[in-house]
Design a protein around this ligand. Structure first.
Ligand code: C2E
Ligand code: MG
Ligand code: MG
Length: 767
């Protein structure tokens, strides 16, 4: 008696009643009782038990039944039920199932224990029973019927079903079921447990001021429609007030409650009298919506019902919160955090749709690659915040220039893709749209207190004219943008087939370069650097050449730019560094006076994370002492990201290698920044030396660089010295080191050694 409906209280009551009876019997009849007395005592006890106890004959006719059985089957005296079968009491299917079970007990002689079954005992309301049946035997042991005990477990069964329903709703939440379906399921579950109510879920509008998107499967749709946009406030019916207060609001009589006074017109035609609402609260207590039950009879919910309302509100809140989180994640995955624009992942789907539509209408789709000019410069000189602000402003200006169905995508950094749809098939018109965007971007803007103008380069392609697939269109737009940049930036270029040819040719060249590296076709030539005071060659610059099997030696000017652009320079540079260090070590091993070898470093290499450790490894592998390696960094390389460059330079300095700035004077390094670079040498660019002594300006610049280097206590070397006049001028200006044809052209290793280290065994000196 401890489980199920009766619970501990009932058990306790029963025990007490039995004790009372027993003591009563003892008082009346003394310690010894005869059979009649015992019979009375037993019958009284059986009738006090709230479970159903009964005996039936072999045909299922009631022989005996306790009071609970009699009463709950609608009778008042036991004799009324005796002789009846379950077919007289229950629906056909239920009675047949009971009879089946009893036949089984009779046939097998074995008991059925604890069978859970549905029975309609209580005025048509569904009830559940847990039943045990045993064979009823006579004195000779023959089965003459059955004895049954059934306990009402309806409440436990309801709780179980509620839990199953709750689990189902949670599963739906986990499976991302659309909210409407989920709310419907939730409401139906609650309605099944609370007779005579209809449930509804409302969400809040974005501004949190009104109810919207009601889901109410059992309510008249015109009521839900009337509630759409219902305001939230301190006197706003049940739901509007619950959402306003963030607390449950149970109205027992709509007709008299002041909360509903202003809305009687709305609610009266539908006949609702009670409305019990609870807010849907997020984990952090924010109101997300409301859950409500409507009833047509006035009254307040019993405790179990208000518990149900609280549970439903929690489930609905969890569902909404999870949906919002999923939407946020989805948005973040497909949008750029800085500008809020879609990212690259959105392009393909959108492009497919636009192309399909274009095929149907005969209109065009146009796609442009856009790259801001000199964005890095803004970032470096005005700071990252200004750079971010610039990108946001540009994104906003572009967005104002496009229409519904168009799309602007931030690809990364300062690169964007613009997709225009539904265009008239006319190149001039297409270009004028993009020109409009370009001039919108170029309007002056103020950043960090400074007014500036941002220009951009754009490459444009039109579908279906200039490509069939997104991939092809993108490649062509890229080629067109590359051309626009090459044309001097601040430019817009429409793709042409000649650009495609150039792009294809470039691909072929890149492949050839890759193979050249694999097949060891690169060689290094060395150009001496001369110290004017001592007349000694103290260093050699390693300069790469491609020894092409058919075309012979190819100058780096013809392939380094392409290798830079495609990133292949990283691999080539690694080879150069290794070969130059190995060569220098071989010369030292052969007994040559120690030389410094200078190696050119590309920006791509320098930006590689693992680069410093790669340099260290190369030194270790080749056994070259770090002091005999100098790395030539260009000014523009350093200026791409000054703080990062300085950090990397310090790491290299810590390795013990020397650093020089190549092509000095051609970049924009500010003097204040120069002071912070841990470099030991400046290389005056050849362009300044070239026109000495003809060009006064170049001479002034050269002299200025020399004195700057002296003031900063840096070595300075002049590149490209070809003539005696240049040499004389440089010497007079205080420059003590030179490199150039006047000393020697770059030479293959053997020639270099034979010319600058005569008298040594030549074969030993080539690595
Ligand atoms: P750079 O580092 O400024 O190298 C100096 C260039 O000037 C070399 O051209 C050299 O041959 C040339 N030169 C030297 N003296 C004179 C002279 O008196 N008159 C004239 N007209 N030219 C002179 P090269 O070897 O063609 O290299 C060109 C550029 O290619 C180099 O400029 C460097 O930027 C790049 N480069 C060469 N080798 C490598 C390398 O291994 N890695 C990287 N990343 N770049 C390299
Ligand atoms: Mg150089
Ligand atoms: Mg140079």
């Amino acid at each position: 008696m401890s489980d199920g409906l009766s619970g501990d209280d009932d058990t306790q009551r029963l025990i007490e009643a039995t004790r009372r009876l027993a003591s009563e019997a003892a008082r009346l009849y003394g310690p010894r009782t005869d059979i009649a007395e015992r019979h009375y005592w037993l019958e009284t006890m059986v009738n006090h038990i709230p479970d159903y106890i009964y005996a039936k004959d072999l045909q299922g006719r009631f022989l005996l039944a306790n009071e609970a059985t009699v009463r709950d089957n609608g009778f008042s005296e036991m004799h009324e039920i005796v002789g009846l079968t379950d077919f007289d009491l229950h629906a056909e299917d239920i009675a047949a199932r009971i009879a089946d079970g009893e036949r089984q007990v009779i046939a097998s002689g074995e008991a059925i224990i604890g069978l859970e079954e549905r029975a309609a005992v209580d005025k048509g309301n569904e009830r559940w029973l847990m039943t045990s049946k045993v064979p009823l035997r006579d004195k000779l042991g023959r089965t003459i019927g059955t004895v049954g005990v059934s306990r009402d477990i309806t409440d436990r069964k309801r709780a179980e079903q509620l839990m199953i329903g709750q689990t189902r709703v949670l599963e739906m939440i986990a499976k991302d079921t659309p909210l409407d379906d989920l709310f419907r399921e939730l409401i139906l579950m609650i309605e099944a447990h609370v007779p005579g109510v209809q449930g509804a879920v409302y969400m809040l509008t974005e501004d949190g001021q009104r109810l919207m998107k009601g889901v109410a499967p059992g309510l008249d749709p015109s009521y839900t429609a009337a509630i759409e946009g219902f305001p939230i406030g301190p006197n706003s019916g049940s739901c509007g007030t619950a959402a306003y207060l963030g607390q449950p609001v149970f109205v027992g009589d709509i007709l008299t409650d002041p909360l509903w006074a202003a809305y009687l017109d709305v609610v009266q035609p539908f006949g609702f009298r009670a409305c019990w609402a609870a807010p849907l609260l997020s984990f952090h207590g924010k109101v997300l919506g409301t859950f409500a039950l409507y009833a047509k009879t006035p009254g307040l919910p019993a405790d179990p019902v208000s518990d149900l309302i609280a549970m439903a509100a929690r489930l609905a809140a969890i569902a909404i919160e999870r949906r919002e989180a999923a939407e946020r994640i989805h948005f973040m995955a497909h949008h750029d955090a800085l500008t809020g624009l879609p990212n690259r992942s959105m392009l393909d789907g959108h492009m497919e749709k636009a192309m399909t539509a274009a095929r149907e209408t005969g209109e065009w789709v146009a796609l442009a690659f856009l790259d801001l000019d000199n964005f890095k410069l803004v970032n470096d000189s005005l700071g990252h915040n200004a750079g971010d602000e610039l990108l946001r402003t540009v994104a906003q200006r572009m967005s104002l220039c496009v229409r519904k169905g168009d799309m602007i995508i931030r690809v990364g950094g300062d690169e964007f893709i613009i997709l225009l749809t539904g265009l008239q098939a006319d190149r001039e018109l297409v270009l004028s749209r993009f020109e409009g965007i370009r001039s919108a971007i170029a309007r002056p803007m103020t950043l960090a207190g400074q007014t500036l103008q941002v220009t951009c380069s754009m490459g444009v392609v039109c579908y279906p004219e200039q490509g069939e697939s997104t991939g092809e269109l993108l490649a062509n737009a890229d080629a067109a943008m590359y051309r626009a940049k090459a044309f001097g930036r601040n430019n817009l270029k429409l793709f042409s087939s000649e650009m495609a040819d150039a792009a294809r040719a470039k691909l072929v060249q890149v492949e050839a370069l890759r193979q050249a590296l694999e097949q060891g076709e690169f060689v290094l030539h060395y150009q001496p650097q001369l110290d004017l005071a001592s007349g000694c060659v103290f260093a050699a610059e390693a300069l790469v050449r491609w020894n092409h099997p058919r075309h012979g030696l190819i100058s780096p000017a013809d392939f380094v730019p392409l290798a830079e652009e495609t990133g292949l320079i990283v691999d080539i540079g690694e080879w150069v560094l290794d070969a130059a260090c190995r060569q220098n070590r071989a010369w030292q091993d052969a007994g040559l006076p120690s030389l410094i070898v200078s190696v050119n470093v590309s920006a791509r290499q320098f930006a590689e994370k693992a680069w410093v450790s790669r340099v260290a490894r190369t030194l270790a592998d080749t056994g070259l002492d770090p002091q005999f390696l100098e790395l030539e960094l260009t000014e523009s390389l350093i200026m791409q990201d000054v703080p990062q460059a300085i950090a990397t330079m310090h790491e290299l300095e810590a390795l013990g290698v020397r650093l020089a700035i190549d092509d000095f004077g051609t970049g924009y390094s500010s003097l204040s920044a120069l002071k912070r670079f841990p470099v030991s040498r400046l290389k005056i660019d050849r362009s300044f030396v070239k026109d000495i002594p003809g060009d006064e300006d170049d001479m002034a610049i050269t002299a200025a660089i020399i004195s700057l280097a002296q003031k900063l206590k840096l070595d300075v070397i002049a590149e490209g010295v070809e003539t005696q006049e240049q040499l004389d001028f440089l010497r007079e200006s205080g420059c003590n080191e030179i490199q150039g044809y006047w000393v020697s052209r770059p030479l293959p290793p053997l020639a270099f050694v034979s010319q600058f280290a005569p008298g040594l065994a030549l074969e030993a000196m080539s690595a």
